[in-house]
Design a protein around this ligand. Structure first.
Ligand code: 0O2
Length: 229
């Protein structure tokens, strides 16, 4: 079984600000904050393991892999701080847990759109997982062309003295959608790009072409699979 599991950070260029640098999270909150981050890391491990189990089963049963790779990330303190401020909440450990759903993030990259929905169903049907929110940007893309399926899941982690439910954001994309999102993200965070508006329009065209390509490739795969039977 070959699983390419690595970290992703959309906020990769931001400095890894220590929590000492965040006024509202000074000394008294530092320890609980680190403890909360540890819990999110555990939640990521739980969901990642579930996905790897499904991958192992698929490989054995159907001789194929339901996804190409998994990337995980824990949101950086500076991004947590900025998002809390943006949402207008005081930056406390309790508020972070209550109001942010994407501190723990997993990105699952699939080959075909139907693998995305199949995998999302298999995951959300597991009896220890609760689906809190589902945003389908594949069937309803964002105006800029962004496509992905986002799930906010609640998953239990088992600590030494307590079972705790944690929120994890899982983003499902095809390889082509991921390729697009990486490039679009670069444009979003680069200042002084020449003809940025033109590039936004070109990216939208690329998103439309990618949608077409994803479904064409899926159709070809279906025909190949039918022929085998
Ligand atoms: P990072 O660094 O990935 O954490 P909500 O969280 O519900 O309050 P939000 O953040 O708008 O509102 O949620 P949404 O729309 O589900 O998007 C969350 C994440 O999806 C983003 O995380 C990106 O990773 C990705 N995303 C959404 N829209 C776009 C887009 O137009 N282009 C690209 N490249 N990615 C997108 P963050 O919070 O931006 O950052």
């Amino acid at each position: 079984m070959k699983i390419n599991s690595k970290d992703y950070h959309e906020d990769g260029n931001k400095p890894l600000l220590s929590i000492d640098g965040i006024p509202e999270m000074l000394a008294s909150e530092a320890k609980p904050f680190m403890y909360l981050m540890m819990q999110y890391r555990c939640a990521i491990m739980e969901v990642e393991t579930k996905l790897k189990v499904l991958d192992a089963e698929f490989a054995q049963k159907y001789n194929r892999n339901p996804f190409e790779s998994i990337k995980t990330r824990l949101k950086k303190p500076i991004s947590i701080y900025e998002k809390m401020k943006r949402k207008g909440y005081p930056v406390t450990v309790e508020n972070i847990e209550t109001h942010l759903a994407d501190v723990a993030g997993i990105r699952v990259i699939c080959s075909f759109p139907d693998d995305i929905y199949h995998l999302a169903d298999l995951l959300t049907n597991q009896d220890d997982i609760t689906l809190l929110e589902r945003k389908d940007y594949i069937r309803n893309p964002k105006p800029n062309g962004y496509r992905s399926l986002h799930l906010i899941l609640q998953v239990p982690i088992f600590l030494s003295d307590v079972k705790k439910n944690m929120k994890v954001e899982v983003q499902f994309r095809t390889i082509a959608m991921d390729f697009w999102a990486s490039l679009e993200h670069k444009l979003k965070y680069k200042k002084n790009v020449e003809d940025a508006e033109g590039l936004v329009a070109q990216l939208k065209q690329c998103a439309d072409a990618i949608e077409d390509l994803d479904y064409q490739m899926q159709g070809i795969r279906d025909k190949i699979d039918e022929a085998k039977e």
